[in-house]
Design a protein around this ligand. Structure first.
Ligand SMILES: *Cc1c(COP(=O)(O)O)cnc(C)c1O
Length: 392
């Protein structure tokens, strides 16, 4: 499809570098060019929605080259992109992405949930892979336009949303092992159904690690994900839904699959419960949902609403801590947390041939209260600290 997305290779100078004269343009949402699709696709009935399988009518595209900087962004019909096979993204994986959702409230307004956090994370991910700098605020403006144009793709039903996948790929031509000074931004959107609160099982593994100090685990970079597919398949063969990733000889608990992980632990002083999660030491993805759970857990206003006292604890904890809390009857809930699931329950954790069983057969009181609060904010039923951002 010759639709103008192809990347052409500028001539390198004698040193093999690409001259960078003048100052390259920043991404500028006010230069947006909109080309609407001539025919719109039929909507997928919500009953048959399968995560990430159906895409809306349009997408955002912008490209960066080292001389001109960011191109005028476009919203155009969803479709294939054409890239030179020598582009660095295919060889060296210089790709980063974000995951966020647009929700349609009962007031017919479109809302994003704390999108600034996604945009700052997108900027950090680009920086970590030495991709060209990108202005997240401009990306957010483009996303707001896209969700308005594709509003009919946001299901009205509670729990449903339009999942948005902003992506930046390195498109530097040539096989030279060097940072990509060429890039493409694209944003695609896919209607998504609710994640039913069916408890999942986790297999704690230590023979593979997801992330390590000084690595890239704290960034949403593409290369973090495919190394998890094989261990995930092995866990599935053993009858577990997801992996509980551990780190270090002391078997620290880090994340569950591609979600942050929390446990609810009874306190000795009977003053409410501890909400425990691993600290952001570079091995943990700084989730928007994680930050929101911690913020709610430290908010007296929220405690009053749910008549419960929560104590957020960002701390190193190990499999042996989990086993001890479980044997003492203190392990009340285990929660997998992220944009897709919001808050999902875990009912058992396989470790060294045995299962740690978490009581109950669904979300417990803490998971239920946090999930409901976040969903109410996302769908605009409640105003909370500016977390729900209206896009119309
Ligand atoms: C995206 C992601 C999360 C969740 O982050 P949210 O911003 O809450 O969606 C957690 N862990 C990993 C590894 C992730 O990629």
């Amino acid at each position: 499809m010759g639709d103008g997305n192809s990347v052409t290779s500028p001539a390198p100078d004698q040193t093999g570098d690409y001259p960078n004269s003048g100052s390259p343009a920043a991404l500028d949402a006010s230069k947006l060019k909109i080309t609407l699709a001539k025919t719109l696709k039929p909507l997928e009935p919500i009953e048959t929605l399968c995560f990430g399988q159906t895409f809306s009518d349009h997408m955002v595209v912008a490209t960066h080259d080292p001389e001109k900087g960011w191109s005028a962004p476009e919203i155009k019909p969803y479709g294939p992109i054409t890239l030179d096979p020598q582009c660095s993204c295919f060889q060296y994986g210089g790709n980063i992405f974000e995951g966020m959702k647009a929700y349609l409230g009962p007031d017919d307004k479109i809302r994003l949930f704390r999108p600034d956090m996604n945009m700052r994370r997108l900027e950090r991910s680009c920086a970590r892979l030495a991709l060209p700098p990108i202005d997240g605020d401009a990306v957010l403006e483009l996303i707001k336009c896209l969700v308005n144009i594709d509003k009919r793709w946001i299901p009205k039903e509670s729990g449903y949303s339009l999942y948005i996948r902003p992506t930046v790929i390195g498109t530097r031509p040539g096989l030279g092992l060097t940072a990509s000074d060429h890039a493409m931004l694209y944003v695609i959107a896919s209607p998504a159904g609710p994640y039913f609160a069916k408890p999942i099982s986790l297999l704690a593994v230590s023979e593979n690690v997801r992330a390590w100090p000084g690595g890239t685990g704290g960034h949403k970079v593409a290369g973090n994900y495919s190394p998890g597919f094989l261990p995930q398949r092995t866990a599935a063969e053993k009858g577990y839904d997801q992996i509980l990733w551990l780190f270090g000889d002391d078997r620290r608990v880090t994340e569950a699959g591609v979600m942050n992980f929390f446990v609810v632990v009874k306190r000795d002083d009977e003053d409410g419960v501890d909400l425990v999660t691993a600290p952001l030491d570079g091995t943990i993805l700084p989730g928007v949902t994680r930050a929101s759970c911690l913020a709610l857990a430290s908010d007296p206003e929220f405690h009053k609403e749910i008549s419960m006292r929560l104590h957020p604890q960002e701390m190193v904890y190990t499999m042996s801590d989990l086993a001890t809390w479980s044997s003492e009857g203190k392990l009340l809930e285990a929660l997998a947390i992220g944009t897709v699931a919001i808050v999902g329950p875990c009912h058992r954790i396989g470790y060294e041939g045995k299962d740690i069983v978490i009581p109950g057969d669904g979300l417990g009181p803490v998971g239920t209260a946090i999930r409901k609060k976040i969903l109410d904010i996302q769908e605009g039923r409640t105003e909370w600290k500016g977390w729900g951002v209206v896009c119309n």
